[in-house]
Design a protein around this ligand. Structure first.
Ligand code: ATP
Ligand code: MG
Length: 267
């Protein structure tokens, strides 16, 4: 993965240059850059949150987006998936622009967003919750997709008829990730998957995320306050502070930067 991390670092600079040349003119990212965010601004009402955010996520890598409370991490994911409108800048997936598109179109373009909070519908069974992830899939593919999810996530198969409200926090997190994967995304946005989980379970969830990259070539944007755990599996780390990118580099390099860690990451 070191090669990918290095390429991602170089690519960010390359993409900024490409963005200046041809903003909004179709595929400008370097080959292999699944998600390209350039000079992005977004906010709520009169509140400006993101300012001039540029991030390139290479295909088949994990990009950890870190930063303190209120840094704009959740707003970034919401802007990518279309529930918050971009005020300026560009977001592209495999060269296709996502700005000003409806959330459903963005989902169809291959972006799946797992919001913060392990949100399952507690009264529905595990299987009924999973089926909500199939709405974008053609009917003929649905049975096989569910069978595949149970094969990959055995714990969900064992509990398929159980109300989702009876699952542990870790199991719920697996369920929401599995549900997101059922739309067959190319880019998975995860908002604080470790929140509220015991350290042992956090490690399992991080392992699962790393496997999704390694086995399925998924491109993951991993928002975390748990910077240490996220950087252990990430290829690249981006630090947001007050809506701006203050650091972007190889994950191992970031984890080794004591000053930056103390200042922004709290470990
Ligand atoms: N719906 C909203 N309306 C107005 N301001 C908002 C809204 N949602 C978030 N904000 C503000 O935007 C800023 C960024 O919030 P955001 O939730 O993106 O931060 P975050 O990095 O995800 O924080 P946390 O680590 O606490 O989840 C904060 O100042 C927050 O108060
Ligand atoms: Mg948040």
């Amino acid at each position: 993965m070191a090669d990918n991390g290095g390429a991602a670092g170089n690519g960010a600079a390359g993409n900024r240059a490409a963005g200046n040349r041809a903003a909004g003119n179709g595929p400008t990212g370097r080959a292999g850059s699944a998600l390209d965010i350039r000079d992005l601004a977004a906010g709520y009402g009169n509140v400006a949150v993101l300012d001039n955010v540029t991030i390139a996520a290479a295909a088949g890598t994990i990009t950890a987006v870190l930063g303190a409370n209120g840094a704009g991490k959740t707003t970034l994911l919401r802007t990518i998936s279309g529930s918050v409108r971009a005020r300026a800048g560009q977001i592209e997936i495999d060269g296709m622009s996502l700005v000003r598109r409806a959330p459903e179109e963005i989902a169809r373009a291959g972006v799946a967003h797992v919001p913060e909070g392990q949100g399952v519908i507690t009264e529905l069974t595990v299987e009924e919750n999973l089926r909500l992830g199939l709405l974008l899939r053609p009917r003929r593919e649905r049975a096989a997709a569910i069978a595949d999810a149970y094969q990959r996530f055995g714990v969900l198969g064992d509990r398929r008829r159980q109300a989702a409200g009876t699952l542990s926090g870790g199991e719920r997190q697996i369920l929401v990730i599995a549900r997101a994967l059922l739309s067959a995304p190319r880019v998975l946005l995860l908002d604080e998957p470790s929140l509220g989980l015991a350290p042992k379970i956090v490690a399992q969830v991080m392992d699962l995320i790393a496997r999704l990259r390694d086995e399925s070539g998924l491109t993951v944007v991993l928002v975390e306050q748990n910077a240490r755990s996220a950087l252990e599996i990430a290829d690249k780390g981006v630090v947001l502070n007050l809506g701006r990118v203050v650091a972007e580099s190889d994950a191992a390099e970031l984890a080794a930067d004591v000053g930056l860690r103390r200042h922004y990451l709290g470990f």
